[in-house]
Ligand binder design. Structure first.
Ligand code: FE
Ligand code: FE
Ligand code: ZN
Length: 300
């Protein structure tokens, strides 16, 4: 049978922590997932609870989820590029939390240069990473390829390569490619073989530790970063499927970060997770143009 490592972003709540995340992932039919160790948009974090790690591990084992296919995402607001110590200290603690959870990959947006020159911003990222990597720990930081919104660093493979070049412990750097971001950055995902070949030439395919699977609301090169549900954006079903089933990425977890579906009929503006249905559609390899309505009527 064809091996497919697929999941989505799931929640990580104060009490149940990883156990709740595993349960949510299983409810979507996933065998991989991504968590933030707290809220994605802030840096407040509560301590990791031991008892839930054990329970989560048992549940994973029973259901064939490999821990190597679980990734952590650092909060959006962490910016190593501006050279402040807060981001470095936060990430050191994030590495510790990962170690405790037994997880090996933290996905990080490289940062935004804001008012600095790009070279200076990249040097700040390098310095931050070198400080974080001072202690020997079995956790990688995976730089994510970005859309190039505003002053984001990581829009091109070359920018990411420049960061890797400055890092001393290169074995602790991984990469997360994001299909929406790559498209918005200007890469042509409909010719994914060519994109991968270029990635391989500049960075090396072996560094890819995670693939974020998102359709895009915008055209190639728009620099917007607005995710769309699977098959409903400018990339489309077949193109995204060609990424998911690419033979060179078989062993890499594919993580959906597609938007929750709104209920237009609902005055409370409820939001429904699309992942169970998107994963089903991906496994079946057949586009369902009524998917969004199907999700609404399932959860309504
Ligand atoms: Fe991200
Ligand atoms: Fe992403
Ligand atoms: Zn994004």
């Amino acid at each position: 049978m064809e091996k497919l490592i697929i999941g989505s972003h799931v929640s990580f709540q104060k009490e149940k922590q990883l156990l709740g995340s595993v349960e949510e992932a299983l409810s979507y039919g996933a065998n991989a997932f991504m968590i933030y160790t707290g809220a994605p948009q802030n840096t407040s974090r509560s301590p990791i609870l031991d008892e839930n790690i054990k329970k989560a591990e048992i549940l994973m084992k029973e259901n064939g989820i490999d821990k190597n296919n679980i990734v952590v995402h650092a909060p959006y607001i962490i910016n190593l590029a501006n050279g402040n110590q807060f981001a470095v200290d936060f990430l050191k603690q994030e590495v510790d939390r990962c170690e405790k959870l037994g997880l090996k990959n933290i996905i990080l947006h490289p940062g935004s240069s804001v008012k600095l020159e790009k070279e200076e911003a990249i040097q700040n990222i390098i310095n931050g990473l070198n400080e974080i990597f001072k202690r020997d720990q079995d956790v990688k930081i995976c730089l994510e390829t970005m859309a190039g919104k505003g002053t984001e660093i990581g829009r091109t493979f070359e920018e990411i390569k420049a960061i890797i070049d400055g890092v001393e412990k290169k074995e602790r750097i991984g990469i997360c490619i994001d299909t929406c971001h790559l498209n918005d950055a200007g890469y042509l995902i409909s010719d994914f073989d060519k994109v991968l070949a270029e990635f391989d030439k500049v960075i090396g395919i072996d560094r890819i530790s995670c693939v974020h699977i998102n359709d895009s609301k915008n055209e190639q090169g728009a620099h917007k970063d607005r995710h769309e549900n699977f098959g409903f954006g400018t990339l489309g079903f077949d193109v995204l499927l060609s990424v998911i089933y690419h033979p060179k990425l078989t062993n890499v977890p594919k993580i959906l970060e597609t938007p929750y579906v709104t209920d237009d009929d609902d005055s409370k503006k409820r939001l429904y997770p699309p992942y169970k249905f998107e994963i089903e559609m991906i496994r079946e390899k057949k586009f369902d143009e009524n998917l969004i309505e199907k999700i609404r009527s399932h959860y309504r």
